[in-house]
Design a binder for this molecule. Sequence first.
Ligand code: ATP
Length: 260
Amino acid sequence: MASAFVDFEAVALSYDGQDNAIEGIDLSIAEGEFVAFVGPSGCGKSTFMKLCTGLHAPTTGRVRVDGEPVNGPLKITGMAFQNANLLPWRTVLDNVLLPLEIVEPYRRQFRRRREEFAGWARALLNTVGLADYADKYPWQLSGGMQQRASICRALIHRPRLLMLDEPFGALDAFTREELWCVLRDLWQAQRFTVVLVTHDLREAAFLADTVYVMSARPGRVIEKREIALPRPRSIESTYEKTFIDLVHALRSRIGDVRES
Ligand SMILES: Nc1ncnc2c1ncn2[C@@H]1O[C@H](COP(=O)(O)OP(=O)(O)OP(=O)(O)O)[C@@H](O)[C@H]1O
């Protein structure tokens, strides 16, 4: 197996100094791998993300990214959440450029290279079908378009690690499937490492190389499932038996956890 890019060794985190929110987390994610975390509500999926990106330190155990211990917020990550959180007073283009105004080394080069950076942003917007919306404001876009822009913003500083916390959770089923394909194509082209947290098992199985199923609190990884389906995957393939069986298997695993 390729060497670990994200490496968790016997990690536990307690927010209150008494009970663990997650514990016994031992896992490795390879560079360029697409992993998804599923599990019942409150099992610690978001906590796992915070540990990965250095927003929290583990209470016990060790977290390493790219071979280095994580001691504080990581610059090599990009993030997107359920809510697109675009700034309403900025155009779509200026929203996408925001991380370059904040994250070094881009921050200090921003004024000098603005036109070049705007070119990067326009190219990204083009790949997600928003070329004609760069100069619009977020409130002039549909929810799905806003989420596309939010993914562009998460990727503009070319992060090696993309963290997605239920990014499509608020979208209708058709828009969600469209955005799965957008993300699939971006990942296929750029091969950043992805950690996706989702409640949607079809989404996890469609996008990921590996799905981790977590138990109810304290969250532990109770199953690691490699998704061996060939790529590129099509939405049509999600209606085939192999895919449906896979989703059923994940579903029943989570059912077991919720009952126990
Ligand atoms: N900042 C915090 N302080 C105290 N407890 C917290 C904090 N953040 C999360 N928790 C608790 O830790 C546990 C795991 O929370 P987390 O948000 O990681 O779960 P989750 O699996 O992402 O949940 P959901 O699926 O509902 O979004 C929960 O019991 C939650 O109440």
